[in-house]
Ligand binder design. Structure first.
Ligand code: PAZ
Length: 339
C-alpha cells in the first residue's frame, strides 16, 4: 500500500533529523513506567510543557526560542497527579516542574524560605504551612512512582521523544491521554541546511559551506554581506499522525495559542476538525492565565474563566480551571485582564 503524504513526511523528517542522544535512555524509562502503571490499571497522561528551540548551527551558539515558561504544563501535571493519573512530564529542560515550580523561577531565592536556628537550617514558619501541603503531595507521588520527568531542548528532540513515548502508550488504548501544552515551533532549520560552526558576522570569516557544488542548498541561517538571513522551513504537521499512526485510541487534548482574539476560536475549530483531537483548548498570550476556551465536537465552544478575585500570578492549571472557575457562554464579555 502506498504511504500517505503524512506518513511520507514523517519518514522524511525522522530519517533526516538525528535522534537525541538520550532517546534510548528515555525510552527505557518510559517503557518501564508505562508497563508498571498499565499492570496496575492506572490511567497515564503524557503532558508536554515549555517551548522548543530551533538551533541555527550544529555546534549551537544561536537558536530561536519562544516565551513559554512551562507554567501550564507543570501546574496541570500536579492536578492530574492529584486525580490519580500517572504522569509522563515531557518538558523543556530548566522550565517549570510540578511541585518545585512553587519555589523556582521567581524573584525570591529558595533560601528566603529558610532560616538558621541553633546552627541548623529550618523552614521559615511563615512558609511552613504552604510548603507542607506541597511537600505532602510531592512525597506521595514520589513514593508511588507516579511521575516520570523527561526533557527536551530542540524541536527535533521534542518530536522524537513525543513519537517514541506515544508509540509506547499505544497498548493502553483509551486509558492513554496526551495533553499537549508545549509551545512547539512551526518552523525549523533542517539538518542538511544547517551550518556546522558559529555563524560569523565578520565578512572576513564567512564560512564557505554547502559542499555539493551546484546542488548544494543555501544554509537556512547564513550571513549575506553583514546581514543575518534566516530562511526556515515548515515543521511537518505530526498531530494527525498522533491520532492515526502513533496512538489512535488515546484521548488527545491539544492547545492553540494566538495573540489575535478574533481568530482564536476559528483556529481552535480548524485544529479540531483537521487533527480529530478530542479537545482543543484555545488561549491568548496575554490572558492565558485567566481564561481559556474549550472547543470540542461534543460541546462546541465553552469559555472557562478564573474569577477576578482568584487571579494570582501563579494560576495556570486548566485542570483546576475546569473544577472551580466560572463557566460562561461565548456571549459573555471577558473581564478586563490587564488590571
Ligand atoms: O508555558 P506557559 O504556561 O507560559 O504557556 C502555556 C501555553 C500558552 C504555551 C499553552 O497553553 C499553549 O497554548 N500551548 C500550545 C501553543 C501552540 O499553539 O503551539
Amino acid at each position: 500500500m502506498a504511504a500517505s503524504s503524512a506518513q511520507q513526511a514523517e519518514s522524511d523528517y525522522f530519517s533526516n533529523e538525528p535522534p537525541p542522544k538520550d532517546l534510548q535512555a528515555n525510552v527505557t524509562l518510559a517503557r518501564e513506567f508505562i508497563s508498571r502503571h498499565n499492570d496496575e490499571g492506572r490511567r497515564i497522561v503524557l503532558v508536554t510543557s515549555g517551548g522548543t528551540t530551533v538551533p541555527l548551527e550544529t555546534h549551537t551558539v544561536r537558536y530561536i526560542d519562544n516565551f513559554s515558561a512551562g507554567t501550564r504544563g507543570a501546574t496541570s501535571a500536579e492536578y492530574f497527579l492529584q486525580h490519580g493519573y500517572a504522569v509522563i512530564f515531557l518538558h523543556r529542560q530548566f522550565s517549570l516542574l510540578p511541585y518545585s515550580r512553587h519555589y523556582s523561577h521567581n524573584t525570591r531565592s529558595f533560601l528566603d524560605y529558610m532560616r538558621e536556628e541553633n546552627g541548623r537550617v529550618v523552614v521559615d514558619e511563615r512558609q511552613s504551612a504552604d510548603m507542607l501541603e506541597v511537600l505532602r503531595q510531592y512525597t506521595q507521588v514520589k513514593n508511588q512512582g507516579r511521575l516520570l520527568i523527561l526533557s527536551f531542548v530542540t524541536i527535533t528532540e521534542y518530536l522524537w521523544d513525543l513519537r517514541e513515548v506515544a508509540q509506547l502508550m499505544r497498548p493502553l488504548g483509551p486509558r492513554a491521554m496526551f495533553y499537549l501544552a508545549a509551545a512547539v515551533s512551526d518552523f525549523f532549520v533542517p539538518r542538511d541546511r544547517m551550518v556546522e560552526h558559529k555563524i560569523q558576522s565578520n565578512e572576513e570569516f564567512h564560512q564557505t559551506e554547502g559542499g555539493d557544488g551546484a546542488n548544494a542548498r543555501a544554509p537556512a541561517a547564513r550571513t549575506d554581506g553583514r546581514k543575518l538571513v534566516i530562511d526556515l522551513e515548515p515543521v511537518p504537521k505530526f498531530l494527525q499522525q498522533l491520532v492515526d499512526g502513533w496512538a489512535p485510541e488515546g484521548m488527545i487534548v491539544s492547545f492553540k495559542l494566538e495573540t489575535d482574539p478574533s481568530i482564536l476560536v476559528r483556529k481552535a475549530q480548524y485544529s479540531l476538525n483537521k487533527y480529530s483531537h478530542t479537545l482543543v483548548i484555545g488561549n491568548l498570550l496575554l490572558t492565558r492565565k485567566w481564561e481559556v476556551v474549550f472547543v470540542s465536537a461534543l460541546e462546541g465552544e465553552k469559555w472557562i474563566r478564573v474569577p477576578q478575585h482568584r487571579r494570582t500570578k501563579s494560576f495556570s492549571g486548566v485542570a483546576s480551571l475546569v473544577g472551580s472557575a466560572d463557566q460562561s457562554s461565548k456571549d459573555d464579555e471577558p473581564e478586563s485582564l490587564l488590571e
